[in-house]
Design a protein around this ligand. Structure first.
Ligand SMILES: *[C@@H]1O[C@H](CO)[C@@H](O)[C@H](O)[C@H]1NC(C)=O
Ligand SMILES: *[C@@H]1O[C@H](CO)[C@@H](O)[C@H](O)[C@H]1NC(C)=O
Ligand SMILES: *[C@@H]1O[C@H](CO)[C@@H](O)[C@H](O)[C@H]1NC(C)=O
Ligand SMILES: *[C@@H]1O[C@H](CO)[C@@H](O)[C@H](O)[C@H]1NC(C)=O
Ligand SMILES: *[C@@H]1O[C@H](CO)[C@@H](O)[C@H](O)[C@H]1NC(C)=O
Length: 661
């Protein structure tokens, strides 16, 4: 019986989806897709529910919003109330809220115009009965109404009420109370602030209350002049007729215009200056002509641009190809990006590009082109601002400008920050670009500054540098590498804890096991601190490594450990003293030579023994070998030092003593 449903189209109904956010509405839309489309105007009855004052038999209120679209009566087709005593009514409530209702179409039961006589049609914001709202129509007297009517209403509201409080004269003998029998009702309009056949166009923000005619989008109440130049706007279209104030652009002056701060130029220089094109006034125009004419805007910085609005003057040549280029250099715009290339003049271009120069070029072959630019608007924001009128600041931690709509940092964040708007600092233990780097494991507690990766509590023992990536230099260890392991053989130790690389011996002057971190007690020196300082030193203790008398010698003696008679003394000393000195000198020299030879021999033997011993130690051989080399090298140089410096000096001094006598 209701097979008509299947023939309906779905296109008209799906469009409402964007104003709907409840599951209920989505359900209604899916129902709506199997319903019908009535006319160009949008029927809102799929989005809401019908009710009535009472129900006669199967005459349900919903029958009036379901097909068939006719006056044919059937209890399945039409709504039907009882005969009421005072008033009968049928009501439709729009579920999504307020709609702008343009007109209402009614199909009343055929041959029953007498029952319709005197009806009233309301659009209201409440379900009150009797209706309290806007009376769209009242059937006039005398005469019976047409049972099929389309009634214009043009009213904002949420309810449509068909109201009848006038009874009917059924025949000469019978007078009945009011009754409602609606076979079909279509309520045409759009949700508030939308227009178009599919209600998919938003009303201009420049319409007062963002309220426009569903049929053509023209403002219902009027237009806002606030941002319009000279406070003039077109009441129908809401367009700011003369131009924009406040560095704005667009038909409704709703967007920020970065061209207003740009530098404009035209080639040839023309009869009206270029800067009339970015002064906000559509009435004043720049003007030039030539074989090729060029108009250029320098935004002075590479900027994110989302739109271009150009108003050309009457005299602009329309023939030829019109091209708009975006580039980052003023001269080689042709190698930039083409934003527009058509045979018609551009007026409004939507885009998303980053550039500094916008260049318009018209090309008409073998022809003089004229160019009159009355206003050019480039939609964008000054650096580090966003929003339609650029009054919101990008996050300071954005790496460059942010998205003009959302404020997201589209070029990423500065080091140390993360998140869409770079509002979050790096988590503890991470740093750098997108917080992807991990703090050095050598940082104390693995904590570092998010921006640089610098360890903020210093380094673990054995490491140094701002990110603690460097080992302590050889010979240094501990916190901040502040300790020296000079007691270790070859001065090499573990950078963290100072454990000597060679743990079997210490440098002369040091003792204490594997760390060699204790100097000889006062009065002792040498390997294992076994040597006793010379008693001839003027001050004790002596130098701990080699036993030198560092504070000088007791009276009359000199030398490394004060075993020489002072040579200076001799010149002024008595012959006896010289004799004594000579004798002592000779004696000491003999003794010294003897003991030195002895020392070297012993030393070499010890060395050889030691080497032999160690070589027999299993498992450690190869690793230890390197250390030996070092040790031997070290020891050799120590000898040399000893031989060259100390000994030769002493020889010299002794020889001098002989020569000088
Ligand atoms: C319904 O309310 C809107 C404001 O939400 C108002 O503009 C409109 O005039 C009201 N309609 C009626 C019929 O009172
Ligand atoms: C009744 O309305 C229909 C459709 O609106 C129209 O075609 C018809 O001419 C009207 N009849 C009268 C008598 O007004
Ligand atoms: C201008 O330079 C920016 C980078 O600084 C680049 O993203 C953009 O694509 C360039 N624009 C053109 C038109 O070459
Ligand atoms: C930006 O301007 C809009 C419109 O003028 C205004 O509603 C909004 O409050 C402003 N925002 C800020 C952060 O100033
Ligand atoms: C003086 O030094 C030499 C070697 O440098 C050493 O053999 C000698 O024992 C030292 N004399 C004294 C008194 O310490």
């Amino acid at each position: 019986m209701k097979h008509v449903y299947k023939q309906s189209t779905s296109a008209d109904c799906t469009c409402l989806m964007f104003i709907v956010n409840t599951a209920e509405m989505l359900l209604l839309i899916s129902i709506a897709t199997v319903l019908l489309s009535v006319s160009a105007q949008h029927n809102l009855t799929p989005f809401g529910k019908a009710s009535q004052s009472s129900q006669y038999f199967y005459g349900r209120p919903v029958n009036a919003i379901n097909p068939p679209i006719s006056n044919t009566f059937d209890n399945d087709y039409c709504s039907h109330t009882n005969l009421e005593k005072t008033a009968a009514w049928w009501m439709f409530q729009i579920s999504f809220g307020t709609a702008y209702i343009t007109d209402i179409t009614i199909y009343y039961r055929e041959n029953f115009a007498r029952r319709m006589d005197g009806f009233k049609l309301y659009v209201t914001n409440t379900s009150t009965i009797p209706p309290a709202g806007y009376l769209c129509y009242e059937d006039p007297d005398p005469g019976l109404p047409n049972i099929t009517q389309t009634i214009p209403c043009n009213q904002l509201g949420q309810y449509v009420i068909y109201f009848d409080n006038k009874g009917s004269q059924e025949n000469e003998t019978r007078y009945d109370g009011p009754v409602v029998e609606l076979c079909y009702v279509a309520i045409n309009g759009c949700p508030k602030s939308f227009w178009g056949n599919k209600c998919d166009k938003g009303c201009s923000e420049n319409c007062v209350g963002r309220h426009c005619q569903p049929r053509n989008g023209s403002c219902v109440i009027g237009c806002n002049t606030k941002h319009c130049l000279n406070d003039i706007c077109d009441k129908q279209t809401a367009v700011c007729t003369d131009g924009c104030k406040e560095r704005r652009t667009g038909n409704y002056c709703s967007k920020y215009n970065i061209a207003s701060e740009g530098l404009v130029s035209q080639t040839p220089s023309g009869s009206q200056p270029a800067n009339l094109a970015n002064d906000g006034y559509k009435i004043s125009c720049s003007k030039t002509k030539g074989i090729t004419v060029i108009f250029q805007v320098d935004l002075q910085k590479e900027s994110i641009v989302t739109g271009v609005h150009i108003t050309f003057g009457e005299s602009t040549t329309r023939e030829g190809i019109h091209t708009i280029y975006a580039s980052n250099t003023s001269t080689s715009w042709k190698s930039g990006t083409i934003l527009y290339k058509e045979t018609s003049l551009p007026s409004e271009i939507n885009l998303h590009a980053v550039f500094r120069y916008l260049t318009y070029e018209s090309s008409v072959e073998s022809f003089f082109s004229e160019l009159e630019v009355c206003e050019i608007g480039i939609v964008g924001c000054p650096p580090s601002y966003y929003g339609p009128v650029c009054n919101q600041s990008c996050s300071k931690t954005c790496n460059g400008p942010c998205d003009l709509d959302t404020g997201k940092c589209i070029f990423g964040c500065l080091n140390g920050w993360r998140g869409d708007k770079c509002e979050q600092a790096c988590k503890a233990g991470t740093y750098g670009k997108d917080c992807l780097a991990t703090c050095s494991t050598n940082c104390l507690n693995q904590q570092c500054y998010g921006v640089t990766g610098e360890c903020f509590e210093g380094c673990n023992d054995g490491w140094q540098g701002f990110d603690c990536s460097q080992r302590c230099p050889t010979g240094q260890f501990g916190k901040n590498c502040s300790m020296l392991c000079k007691g270790c053989v070859s001065g090499m130790c573990d950078p963290s804890n100072g454990l000597c690389n060679i743990t079997t011996a210490c440098n002369p002057g040091y003792i204490n096991g594997k760390y060699c971190d204790t100097t000889c007690a006062d009065g002792f020196y040498g390997r294992n601190c076994q040597q006793v300082c010379s008693p001839l030193c003027l001050h004790q203790p002596c130098e701990r490594r080699k036993g030198e008398c560092i504070g000088g010698c007791v009276h009359g003696l000199q030398g490394f450990n004060c075993t020489q008679v002072s040579a200076n003394k001799e010149n002024i000393a008595s012959p006896v003293m010289t004799q004594v000195g000579l004798f002592t000198g000779g004696f000491l020299f003999g003794a010294l030579t003897a003991s030195l030879v002895c020392y070297i021999v012993t030393k070499k033997r010890q060395e050889r023994n030691k080497q032999g011993n160690e070589n027999t130690t299993p498992g450690t051989q190869s690793r230890e070998q390197q250390h030996y080399e070092d040790v031997r090298m070290e020891n050799v140089s120590t000898y040399e030092e000893l031989t060259k410096d100390s000994m030769s000096n002493e020889y010299d001094q002794i020889n001098t003593a002989y020569v000088n006598h």
